[in-house]
Design a protein around this ligand. Structure first.
Ligand SMILES: *Cc1c(COP(=O)(O)O)cnc(C)c1O
Length: 362
């Protein structure tokens, strides 16, 4: 089989080394005679796996002790409900920064649980380039209980790299598609959540990093499995956790640590994205209409000048092992998701193909 580079947005490519290790130990985990996925989540062996995963995540992100790490289910969408149910009562207000598809979904869901206000920050310059208003221009409300935003809009290919600092405002961030892609200062946030299937690997687990003093109130209508206090009390094992995803996430954390942590991966991610955007900007054949400040390093959205060539572009790319480049249906065009697990060689292969395709069809 030829090398395949998988540009899927999620579930997405996993590090090859991690898949190799998982394959090797899948049937017989550490000579125990059992697979890690066929033993109890309450066994000593699994609890060890779970604790190590948390510690490795804490090391990678430098998570201070007064933040708790929870491993949940229900995906990021589950958190669209869990966040308001855990943080405020239904007569309270919250600000939802609208920067694209996912932040808008979070806003819509939150209406069931509170009085949210949507604050649109997605704008267009005179030259038609899309940009996001910088944080100092976010027009939030004095009486809102928190500000929710999404630092990486997976579908729109829009990113916010600024770190929030709004003094006494509670900051909630949906990091689903950029967690562990770069260094951040956890102290600038109050609650971070992320589904694992974008930049960590296996679908099924959702990571929550929350300032401990925020875990207190939870709406009576909240299902117990979404109640942070309850999850914490049971060490994220109130109900049976997705043990396979938890274990695989743990392997990915170890892989990241072994490869120089977030400092290194951030450099590599920037390099990959810069190369790809340069290829797009250097030609009239490919287009990306996003202000440089807000271009995502994780999801590179681009268009062919002639959309009639879209299907042949995708077909030819797939033939040489460049897979799943089709853009999300609501924005069209192409999307190359180049998360941590995408090697530089994959991006270079895509760039070479883009040059070939432009020469042949341009
Ligand atoms: C994929 C994604 C979601 C939805 O995640 P699920 O785990 O499928 O619920 C939410 N927010 C962002 C930013 C995403 O990329």
């Amino acid at each position: 089989m030829n090398v395949v580079y998988n540009f899927s947005a999620g579930p997405a490519m996993m590090p090859k080394d991690v898949l190799l290790q998982a394959t090797k130990e899948l049937q017989n985990w550490k000579q125990s005679g059992s697979s890690i996925i066929e033993i109890s989540h309450r066994s000593e062996e699994f609890i060890q796996v779970a604790l190590e995963a948390e510690q490795d995540l804490r090391d990678l992100l430098n998570i201070p002790d007064h933040f708790k790490v929870l491993f949940c289910q229900g995906g990021a969408r589950g958190q669209f409900s869990a966040v308001p149910m855990n943080l405020l009562s239904c007569d309270k207000k919250a600000d939802y920064i609208n920067s694209g598809y996912w932040s808008e979904c979070a806003f819509i869901e939150s209406k069931k649980y509170c009085i949210p206000k949507s604050i649109l920050i997605k704008k267009k310059h005179y030259d038609r380039k899309t940009f996001l208003l910088p944080m100092k221009k976010w027009n939030f409300n004095k009486d809102s209980e928190y500000i929710h935003y999404c630092p990486n809009e997976t579908i729109d290919g829009l990113s916010i790299y600024e770190e929030p600092c709004f003094n006494d405002k509670v900051i909630i961030a949906d990091f689903s598609s950029c967690i562990l892609s770069r260094e951040i200062n956890i102290e600038n946030y109050d609650l971070i959540y992320a589904g694992a299937q974008k930049n960590i690997g296996p679908a099924g687990i959702t990571i929550i990093i929350i300032r401990e003093n925020l875990i207190k109130f939870c709406s009576k209508i909240s299902p117990s499995i979404l109640d942070y206090k309850n999850i914490l009390q049971y060490n994220s094992m109130f109900n049976t956790p997705p043990t396979f995803s938890w274990y695989l996430s743990g392997l990915v954390f170890k892989w990241l640590k072994k490869n120089g942590g977030l400092k290194n991966i951030e450099k590599l991610n920037k390099k990959k994205a810069d190369l790809l955007y340069k290829k797009i900007d250097d030609s009239d054949f490919y287009i990306n209409n996003i202000d440089i400040k807000n271009r995502s390093n994780m999801n590179v959205v681009f268009y062919l000048k002639d959309p009639q060539l879209n299907s042949i572009f995708l077909e030819k790319a797939s033939l040489i092992g460049l897979k799943y480049l089709k853009g999300h249906r609501i924005v069209g065009g192409m999307r190359a998701s180049i998360y941590n697990a995408m090697p530089l060689a994959g991006v270079q292969a895509l760039i070479n193909f883009m040059s070939y395709f432009e020469n042949r069809y341009g």
